[in-house]
Design a protein around this ligand. Sequence first.
Ligand SMILES: Cc1cc2nc3c(=O)[nH]c(=O)nc-3n(C[C@H](O)[C@H](O)[C@H](O)COP(=O)(O)O)c2cc1C
Length: 331
Amino acid sequence: MVKIDNIELPDFPLLLAPMEDVSDPPFRALCKEQGADVVYTEFVSSEGLIRNAAKSVMKLDIYEKERPVGIQIFGANLDSMLQTIDIVEKSKPDIIDINFGCPVKKVVSKGAGAGILKDICLMEKLTAEMVKRTNLPITVKTRLGWDHDSIRIVEVAERLQDVGCKAISIHGRTRAQMYKGNADWKPIAAVKNNPRMHIPVFGNGDVDSPEKAAEMRDSYGLDGAMIGRASIGNPWFFKQVKHYFKTGTYLPPISLEERVEAARRHLQMSIDWKGETLGVFETRRHYTNYFKGIPHFKEYRTKMVTSDKPEDVFATFDEVLDKFSGYEFTV
Ligand SMILES: Cc1cc2nc3c(=O)[nH]c(=O)nc-3n(C[C@H](O)[C@H](O)[C@H](O)COP(=O)(O)O)c2cc1C
């Protein structure tokens, strides 16, 4: 069994990665239903939150059905981060995760996200103070290092553990790599193999098939896998991996009916959460992924992403069911 502080998880848990504009409550709910063991919110800006910015505040919405859930925050200013902890606690997440891995320039240039990888002492201090501020478990998500020449992740992980971090998720790329090349899981395994480490070490980066998840578990010996892009448009990925672990075989491909049902529920949950206008608008980005592979789909996709009224989108889903009934997906 794997434990994040007192949160008990199954062996080799699968975690839904924090993803801006993707891992909102409706998407997290779908992933949870399909086997995700822990889900994380999109990253929330500490500077936004302490100024009560609507976009940041909305990201604190969590629902009972998705637990255990971690709210992920980012920032580089100690005071702001501590105030953020106080605000985030009111939403009663199970975990507070610190983003020390975001490579985006506007985040990094303020010393936040992966920017902190240039100042490991500050990273340690922020983590230590945040741990002291709350009784909730603090976890960290980070990258291997700033660049290839500054990979010190074994030491970094140990220092974070020593100041009370309860789990670490490591994306097997440096900041300099952004998303290029392949994720390297060897340095993550080195963190896990450090005899001083006792907190869970989760691997992240490029887990896009059940076989890769099995490799992360069996060949690299990590405690669990954090899954990002493979779940976009495919919340079933979690159950596909779990089925493979159990049986060594694949689940049958997800049918058109299941995909339409997921799209329908996704839209309905978004509307219930954000209202009609935002709900319709923000679910649009998911449709292409749900229906990927269907030939001559453009007309329907266009309707889905241009209709402003929920009833029109729902009607398009019905048309898709009619028109493409019997279409066989490969995954
Ligand atoms: C659209 C998108 C948004 C992301 N937003 C965040 C974020 O808010 N916080 C974070 O820590 N990582 C974020 N990431 C990085 C992912 O959590 C993950 O580390 C990365 O995608 C590698 O994992 P994967 O290969 O399984 O996708 C984002 C990635 C994507 C593709």
